[in-house]
Design a protein around this ligand. Structure first.
Ligand code: DX5
Ligand code: ZN
Length: 216
């Protein structure tokens, strides 16, 4: 499978979101990554339901929603109504992860589980077969533009091994500090999807940057 590129709206121009969404629509991006923060699970607040509803009206790419919130179960149905294609919940935020995953899938969305940098892939041993996607944080969640955590390369390899060993069909997505150099190494280590925020939106030519990430 060709790898997927998911630009993160977090680094877009919030006073010109429609323009940036149209750029994504006309690019080779596969998904649009939406970062939802509550100021509790992570030390920052991003944007919420009304923004997603407006963005969803114009975006022609599937929405890859990343919930950085406590008690994500409360909002699974609402994110479905808002048109999420992939719904990522954090392992660290879910007491009953199996239940959360089943609810996401029952609504017809792709179920993703996300791990913080300190969380070992071994915690997924009993659930990896149930998920459609595992996302590894390669920065501490909460902010765009942070430095890539090097351990993620080996962690990606270990995750891929676990997925193969457990006969899971889950794909591997990596979020944080992705650029041409880290992106290339992540793909070699087994990543299937790359999120990129500041590297895309901070570029002189975001559309071309997406094409180059796609061609890695
Ligand atoms: C961080 C978010 C990321 C963020 C990535 O909490 O989950 O999706 O937008 O930004 P960059 O690509 O700039 O590291
Ligand atoms: Zn994210």
């Amino acid at each position: 499978m060709a790898h997927l590129i998911a630009p993160s709206l977090l680094s877009a121009d919030f006073a010109n979101l429609r323009k940036d969404v149209e750029m994504i629509n006309n690019s080779e991006a596969d998904w649009l990554h939406l970062d939802i923060m509550d100021g509790v699970f992570v030390p920052n607040i991003s944007f919420g339901m009304p923004v997603i509803a407006s963005v969803g009206k114009y975006c022609t790419k599937p929405l890859d929603v990343h919930l950085m919130i406590v008690e994500p179960d409360k909002f699974i149905d609402e994110f479905h109504k808002l048109g999420a294609h992939v719904l990522n919940v954090h392992y660290e935020a879910c007491t009953h992860l199996h239940r959360s995953i089943q609810r996401i899938k029952a609504l017809g969305m792709k179920a993703g589980v996300t791990l913080n940098p300190h969380t070992p892939v071994s915690v997924l041993e009993e659930i990896v077969v149930d998920v459609d996607l595992v996302m590894l944080m390669s920065v501490n969640p909460g902010f765009g533009g942070q430095k890539f955590i090097e351990n993620t390369i080996d962690k990606t390899r270990r995750l891929k091994e676990l997925i193969l060993r457990r006969n899971s069909k889950a794909i591997v997505e990596i979020d944080g500090g992705v650029n041409y150099e880290t992106g290339k190494r992540l793909l070699e280590a087994g990543a299937d999807a790359l999120v990129a925020g500041s590297f895309v939106f901070g570029a002189e030519n975001p559309t071309e940057t997406i094409s180059k990430l796609k061609a890695l």
